[in-house]
Design a protein around this ligand. Sequence first.
Ligand code: HEM
Length: 511
Amino acid sequence: MALPLSSSILPLLSVTLFIGILTFIYYKLLRNYLHKWFVMKPIPEVAPTYLFVGNALQLKTNAGEFFRQVSEFTQDFRNAPLIKLWLGPQAFVILFHAENVEVIVSSSVHITKSELYDFLHPWLGTGLLTSTGQKWRQRRRMLTPTFHFSILTEFLEVMNEQAEILVENLQKQAGKGRFNCFNHITLCALDIICETAMGKKVYAQSDSDSKYVKSVYKMTEIISRRQRMPWFWPALIYYYFGEGKEHDKTLHVLHSFTYKVIHERAETMSSIESDNENEDGSKKRRAFLDMLLQTTDEDGNPMSHQDIQEEVDTFMFEGHDTTAAAMNWAVHLIGSHPEVQKKVHEELHEVMGKSVRPFTVDDLKKLKYLECVIKEALRLFPSVPFFARVLLQDCQINGFKVPKGVNVLIVPYALHRDPRYFPEPEEFRPERFLSENSVGRPPYAYIPFSAGPRNCIGQRFAMMEEKVVLASILRNFTVESCQTREELIPVGDLILRPENGIWIKLEKNSV
Ligand code: HEM
């Protein structure tokens, strides 16, 4: 007797569905993963790695501890050609030897940032830092002229003014014992970037309670925490169990601020477009934002306000936290090396004499030793302690095959400690960067601003700002550091910062 149709088809359908689901899971989720797992087997691993979980359970979730852990891996494996690490399903190879770093960083193919940068997208969109492919190439071409030397020279005025306010604030601390200078310097950097990027004064140095200022810091912490916790990567889990709501609240503050500034500036520009002077006859200062509002692509199309917002938010993030951290580390190092500080003071005296006038471009060019100090501080404490790309095609690194889809983590913090190129790497020796001592050092052994096609577009801006601010501090004060190197505890969120700030004493220089 024939079975009813439903009872003969149902089991068949269920089996087909089951096989279908398994096939889908295999092709969509497992095949690539298992391929990477087997191809990468020969690469030394930082710790025993478990299928699917990877090293996620061994990795610390606290920013400071995580950073220490990664730097320990690179020290323990100093002689290994490269090492691998699995963060849940995500594979990473970690590079910290100049010759391996060069393979990736100099390439015009491997220009795509790792998926870890996706967590920056809600804030920065796909601006210059996070975009890739044609969009990145076109934007880079459009934005490069905005960092032209002549424009940087205009920004020097803002840097001098803000550095002067910083010095006034520091005067109040001089001769009064130890204090934490981290926020003073950071707020100065924030004032500089707000005025140069948006043409907007935020008076951060006088109003550090600004909601925008606080939200910038909160956002970098929130993003970096999520990057270290793969279980919070799926949006649903993040919003139900993680910090999703806090993330969105902070984002709202950040975007509303830049949105308002851009629209106000666009309106003022169109109403007085041809007017280059202020009411008092002084020359109007340009900001990056003005140039973005005037920039057009090859076909003559202007950037939309949303495109501009991505870039302004990117400059605001990349353009102040990095310089602030770098200047703070430099202050600590100068204050703990009196012989270095003496040379900086002597150089400043030679270039500026007793004058208190603002620094000019020519003055800055002559501050050669200070430049070596800044470079050496960035070697020991690179503001961006690691950055990551994803491979768009299989690649050979030091004889190992690294498959497409793997993330490559480049660690300047470890790269800069290679004793082959920086003997006694923990020692602070600015002389390493005198031209006669740099001969023969491979170009990719020192990359605080990254290198190759995706290097930092703001590096000349950054060097100029650092020189003006540090020279202004040292022209007025003698610094004494109150922490040992061990007490600093570097924390690598997105930016490398000292866990407990930078504690110093200041004495006013005799005139
Ligand atoms: C000491 C200060 C600075 C350091 C150490 C630094 C370092 C870096 C590094 C390492 C990268 C590559 C990041 C990556 O690949 O993920 C980068 C990219 C970038 N930086 Fe900087 N930076 C500094 C200051 C600045 C300033 C002042 C600005 C803007 C005013 C800026 C704007 C950018 C932008 C837009 C990118 C993306 C460039 C691209 O991908 O084409 N940076 N920076």
